[in-house]
Write a protein that binds this ligand. Structure first.
Ligand SMILES: Nc1ncnc2c1ncn2[C@@H]1O[C@H](C[S@+](CC[C@H]([NH3+])C(=O)[O-])CC(=O)[O-])[C@@H](O)[C@H]1O
Length: 323
């Protein structure tokens, strides 16, 4: 039986029911083609984790779960070593039955910058595009979402998400589907769509904005978080081969230029609600992500620049509505 059967059941009678025309074929293709190489190792580690019931579950202030009485130390270290087989852990942190996953990013800080400025999530149907391992999906559930669906094509993130889901208790209102945004039909069904940390990875940013709009109900809200540069409505950085060592960064607009793109795509009530410099407390190497991190990507003589000499990472949150 498909790993996604419970999701199909869940959406059968929801505004997402027409997704069932395309989704099962895409996911069964994914299930048939992905079980090889590293994915098999990740999948096996994830499968070995127990499904636990939590005596205390907190998705409002963080992502944490505890057992009562606490799990025996031996079981905690067994869980930790399975979770470490799913490294690198970029997004978090998580505190799961005595195991703290100290991730590369303080994704909770991003969430705090975002959640203050958006329509309350209680009762909403939510899509998180490029959700990584789903850290923010849990925070959406904590904020009262009816259902939070994340999409991300990276296999390891699917395994990390499922591992966390098992340790939180299994049956929650967050689901991660291993898909790219380009695989989604125009669902026009979500009350809120998040795209955080994705736009600069898209070769065609206006098409990305239109794809996001096509997922929203009329009156729905887009929450867009992305790298920006300082400048006026005519300024957009198109880095050369790399930006902060990443090869897949294409367009970094000024907030004013980005607002112009959103209005050109037909969004209304477009506003910038936050801007912040990413620092090396928010993104850093840890024992759960041991390769290079932000400190290695900044210019050794001037932290206002990347190692290539571009402006260092500055991120904005923009909120907009579909009319
Ligand atoms: N075609 C695609 N469709 C959907 N997702 C994609 C695609 N291509 C890549 N991704 C995914 O987009 C995510 C971007 S990270 C942001 C994570 C989270 N949102 C965060 O805000 O912390 C970037 C960052 O941390 O800077 C990755 O997980 C990719 O696999």
């Amino acid at each position: 039986m498909s790993q996604f059967a419970d999701f199909y059941q869940l959406i059968a009678k929801s505004p997402l029911s027409h997704w069932l025309n395309t989704l099962p074929a895409q996911l069964s293709e994914w299930e048939h083609t992905s079980l090889h190489g590293k994915f098999t190792q990740w999948f096996n580690a994830m499968e070995k984790l127990p499904t636990l019931t939590s005596a205390r579950l907190d998705l409002l202030h963080g992502v944490s779960a505890d057992s009562h009485p606490p799990l025996p130390v031996g079981q905690q270290s067994g869980i930790e070593s399975l979770l470490r087989q799913l490294m690198p852990w970029c997004k978090g942190p998580f505190s799961l039955h005595g195991v703290t996953i100290d991730t590369e990013w303080r994704s909770d800080w991003k969430w705090e910058r975002v959640v203050l400025h958006i329509a309350p999530l209680a009762g909403r149907l939510i899509l998180d595009v490029g959700c990584g391992n789903g850290y923010h999906l849990w925070r959406m559930v904590g904020a009262g979402a009816q259902l939070a669906v994340g999409i991300d094509p990276m296999q390891v993130f699917y395994c990390q998400f499922t591992a966390v889901r098992k340790l939180l208790g299994g049956d929650l209102r967050a689901h991660l589907l291993p898909l790219g945004i380009e695989q989604l039909p125009e669902l026009a069904a979500f009350d809120t769509v998040f795209s955080m940390g994705v736009l600069y990875h898209r070769r065609s940013p206006l098409d990305h904005l239109l794809q996001l709009k096509n997922q929203l109900v009329s009156g729905g809200e887009l929450v867009l978080e992305t790298l920006v540069i300082e400048g006026d409505q005519n300024q957009v950085l198109v880095p050369g081969e790399r930006y902060a060592q990443m090869r897949n960064v294409y367009f970094i607009p000024s907030p004013a230029a980005l607002i112009g793109w959103l209005e050109k795509c037909g969004f209304v009530n477009v506003r910038q609600v936050d801007m912040s410099v990413t620092n090396t407390d928010e993104q850093r190497r840890t024992t759960w992500m041991t390769s290079e991190s932000l400190a290695d990507f900044l210019h050794p003589d001037d932290p206002r620049l990347t190692i290539e000499g571009h402006p260092a990472p500055l991120r904005a949150v923009i909120v907009a509505e579909k009319p």
